[in-house]
Design a protein around this ligand. Sequence first.
Ligand code: ARG
Length: 589
Amino acid sequence: MASDEEIKCTVKQLLAQLFEQSLRTTVPDEPDVEPLVAACTGKFGDYQCNNAMGLWSKIKGKGTQFRGPPSVGQAIMGNLPPSEMIESSSVAGPGFVNVVLSKDWMAKKIQKMLIDGIDTWAPRISVKRAVVDFSSPNIAKEMHVGHLRSTIIGDALARMLEFSKVEVLRRNHVGDWGTQFGMLIEFLFEKFPNSEDVNEAAIGDLQKFYKASKERFDADSAFKEKAQQAVVRLQGGEHKYRQAWAKICEISRMEFDKVYQRLGVLLEEKGESFYNPYIPGVIEALSNQGLVEESEGARVIFIKGINIPLIVVKSDGGYNYASTDLTALWYRLNEEKAEWIIYVTDVGQQQHFDMVFKAAKRAGWLPDDGNTYPKTNHVGFGLVLGEDGKRFRTRSSEVVRLVDLLDEAKSRSKDALIERGKDKEWTEEELEHTAEAVGYGAVKYADLKNNRLTNYTFNFDQMLNDKGNTAVYLLYAHARICSIIRKSGKDIEELKKTETIALDHADERALGLHLLQFAEVVEEACNNLLPNVLCEYLYNLSEYFTKFYSNCQVVGSAEETSRLLICEATATVMRKCFHLLGIVPVYKI
Ligand code: ARG
């Protein structure tokens, strides 16, 4: 039986340990060679070790006993320590060492996961604390589909890191500071001379309020002047102005929360205003290092290879988006002691972050190479397009309100359930719950399944289709597995303890291997910050299951108990995938 220590490792890591031992014996004079192990794509094995070729070019001039890469490969294979995880191994082509896993070992490992829980399959990431800066809409301005993408992608990344035992600070870096507040506050005073009257109901739609105040600002120069003074008084901390600002922020926050609640996303707000008091100190420290220079009245940091400088103090003496981001980075590194700081925004902001990160490297806050910790990453994403191929808008070319969009996803999925007669079978509560899980799940999955850098077209019919690579299809697949287990009439908890899994049929083995690869896929998705890698895994899992289910009779067969356990393992891994993608699983359909 595998030890507890082993259970924590991915199959790839376990094999890497074996190959590492073999390499130490094979080439004792090359102690730094890292084992290169990868899952096989061909039919020769399950995993392969790719060290022979590289190793040969290292040692060939040095009077070695080997005659070429294949003989290095043979030696690597021959020196593998005996292990119950390996069934057989062979050398192919120019020296690849292929390994076929033992199906008994695979079966035991899956069974152990069923007993000890899927969390024992969590990968290990060598970071203690990370910041994921995501969603981050702007107060009083619209929360648009770009923010929806940031929310969905950021939440999935946070969930995957949390599963990998990383402490994640889920940061909502809301735009709650800036010159627009002068205008908003002045407009608020005008409309509500009595501050008691200010509340959400009175203001109504903050977006409309913003628009109206902007119109006033552009049309009336006296108002404009007052608004500019209001900014100064707000930033000076004058009570009445701070209070009005806080009110506007609070109303916006209630709007944002409606979206987060529907999506089941947790965020902790530390908006731009939070970092404001720290900005002067950070800029002074950077100035003392000689990094801040004068340029056209502004104070800037020059960055090698980029022809515009990073402005850290505007020519009017005010701070900007970059001053705040530099300071927030400083705070996250020094006060919050985060080792990995991840920013999720549209690709349009890539240069901004590139400059902030490079400035931080110049200041010595971050190592130069970008690989060692602490490190920063900008996770960029493409646009959401409408059917017309242009930016996603409503018919009247307004920005789509996220709450409306989620409501529509839910009501469409509810209609589809009613069409299938579920309103007669289920309680109202079940119907609502399933409609939400499927509707919101569909929106999330349609976003996450693409490589985040590509633009994608928003299409309800497509995302709510029950065929193809959609959340609906996958949720149904999961529900169907649950129903197979239910209908068998067997107590699955009892079977886990008393019966054993066997992977004798080729389709059982292929499904089993895919299940075992779950942890390394999550690890890859985390390291490369690509949730679509997990979506692809999940979709393939359902395909492997379909193949298994059509070729291996479950209920009523001689292998019934083993196969029910394979069903349960598949459902367990699927559920974990849903969870990591922020999708609520459904159990009946
Ligand atoms: N509020 C910004 C926007 O709506 C996104 C903020 C992203 N985070 C950051 N630290 N700059 O575009």
